[in-house]
Write a protein that binds this ligand. Structure first.
Ligand code: ZN
Length: 466
């Protein structure tokens, strides 16, 4: 029925008085080929539909009359069917699929075709990437390119709703592609199984209209920002931690960039990752959906996007706030006298070279080596710097709990003459503890590489992973 209506040439509403006169029994059916005729070029017969003014009269009560079109009237298929105006045409299945968009004047046929013409690069198919991929695909974005190199882990499923239990252990890109194609087979999905680096970023970003960073780590954030500024592309930003999130749209052509907001990254280790600090599973859903919305608005050119504004979300207080952002004239990449004209080493910029340094300095110790050392050296001290609630979930036998934050106050409990191994969940907090102890004069220090997680997988599988 809907498809037929769209093919009709003229549509008129009847006045209320005509309702009574027009009943289904009195209305002759239009010739079966009437609809087809309207689609032919040249002189046509027009079909007029008359609806009763009261829709409550039921469906379908309407009059169909076939009338001669005025002499000289010709009909050619509209641009949305032919694509001759440069935007891709829409098929009958797409009209039905996107009908709730098509009846929004702000989107309509033209907007839907803009979405179909658009190409979005999504960096990361994880917590933020999940709602992003799902809603962008559902909305009919023509091409979605995904960059990820990870595999689905059971601990992802609490928030990464793009992936399912049957995909655990398999590449996220395969899972993402299958889910997107099932949701909307009209979407063309490109996958890049790689991490985004200074070497490949320009090439990866260049073909796309909008870039959305769903990775939520500092090196990638600065890398994506700089590449977008250099290429003149909008960068839809989102970030989450524990119960709080942020979102913005950085577009240096018309507003500030990420560096205008944060010229320097925080010192390494100061901001814990979600793996260390935790995140409420719904939170990336909220922020990722905001990113998807901003991406779609950017493509359609409607509404006010978050360009020049930083949206802050507090999930526990259920509050949204926003900060005005200004373009910084001294910004090193989008300012008046930029000093950065190419991509740099973002790992080094963010100070992430500690792992390599510690390995070189010989402070790293693997889980298996630690197990052997604990067997033959009863003097070895094992300190767990995680939080008490983590200690409750899993612990290495013999480890003493001194949470990182209470380390300065409990320094007296440690004997600097003995060899000390520090451990946490994945090895990052314990590295900070090691740095602190080193500054406090301790010398015989080791860091359990990979933390208790590696202990669970390499040494003792009865220690639960979390
Ligand atoms: Zn800037």
């Amino acid at each position: 029925m809907r498809r037929a209506l769209l093919g009709l040439l003229l549509v008129a509403c009847a006045s209320h008085d005509e309702d009574a006169a027009l009943g289904p029994a009195k209305i002759p059916d239009p010739p079966k080929d009437a609809i087809a005729k309207t689609a032919e070029a040249g002189p046509v017969k027009a079909t007029v539909q008359i609806w009763p003014a009261k829709p409550t009269l039921g469906d379908p009560i309407y009059a169909r009359l076939t009338v001669e079109a005025p002499a000289g009237l010709t009909l050619s298929p509209p641009a949305w069917q032919t694509g001759e105006d440069g935007l891709p045409p829409l098929g009958a299945d797409e009209l039905l699929r996107y009908s709730r968009h098509l009846i929004l004047p702000e989107v309509g046929l033209h907007g839907q075709r803009k979405l179909k013409a658009a190409s979005v690069l999504l960096v990361g198919a994880g917590g933020l990437g999940s709602p992003l991929a799902l809603y962008l695909a559902a909305a009919g974005i023509g091409r979605i390119a995904l960059v990820d190199f990870d595999r689905v882990d059971a601990s992802n499923l609490q928030r990464q709703v793009l992936h399912g239990t049957s995909w655990v252990g398999k590449p996220k890109l395969d899972s993402a592609r299958a889910r997107i194609q099932d949701l909307n087979p009209n979407v063309h999905v490109d996958t890049y199984e790689t991490s985004i680096t200074s070497e490949n970023a320009m090439e990866l970003l260049r073909p796309h209209d909008v870039v959305i960073d769903g990775t939520d780590n500092f090196p990638t954030r600065y890398l994506v920002n700089d590449a977008c500024v250099l290429l003149g592309k909008p960068n839809v930003y989102g970030s989450i931690f524990r119960f709080e999130g942020q979102a913005s749209v950085f577009d240096a052509r018309v507003g500030p960039c990420y560096r205008c907001l944060y010229p320097e990254p925080p010192p390494p280790g100061l901001v814990p990752s979600c793996a260390e600090g935790g995140v409420l599973g719904v939170l990336p859903g909220v922020i990722g959906v905001i990113q998807a919305l901003e991406g779609i608005k950017t493509i359609l050119g409607i509404g006010d996007t978050l360009v020049g504004r930083l949206l802050l979300f507090d999930a526990l207080g259920m509050r949204f706030r926003e900060l005005k952002l200004r373009k910084d004239p001294t910004c090193p990449i989008c300012g008046e006298h930029p000093t950065i004209d190419r991509l740099i080493d973002y790992e080094a910029f963010c100070g992430i070279s500690h792992a390599a340094d510690s390995a070189e300095a010989g402070v790293d110790i693997g889980a298996r080596e630690l197990a052997e050392r604990l067997e033959r050296d009863p003097d070895l001290v094992l300190i767990d710097v995680r939080e008490p609630h983590e200690f409750e979930i899993a612990r290495i036998p013999g480890a003493k709990l001194i949470p990182l934050n209470s380390l300065p106050a409990r320094l007296g409990e440690l004997d600097s003459s003995r060899e000390i191994v520090l451990h946490c969940h994945h090895g990052q907090r314990s590295m900070r503890a090691l740095e602190y102890l080193r500054q406090s004069g301790f010398k015989k220090l080791h860091n359990l590489r990979g933390g208790i997680d590696e202990w669970s997988t390499e040494v003792d599988r009865t220690v639960p992973r979390y």
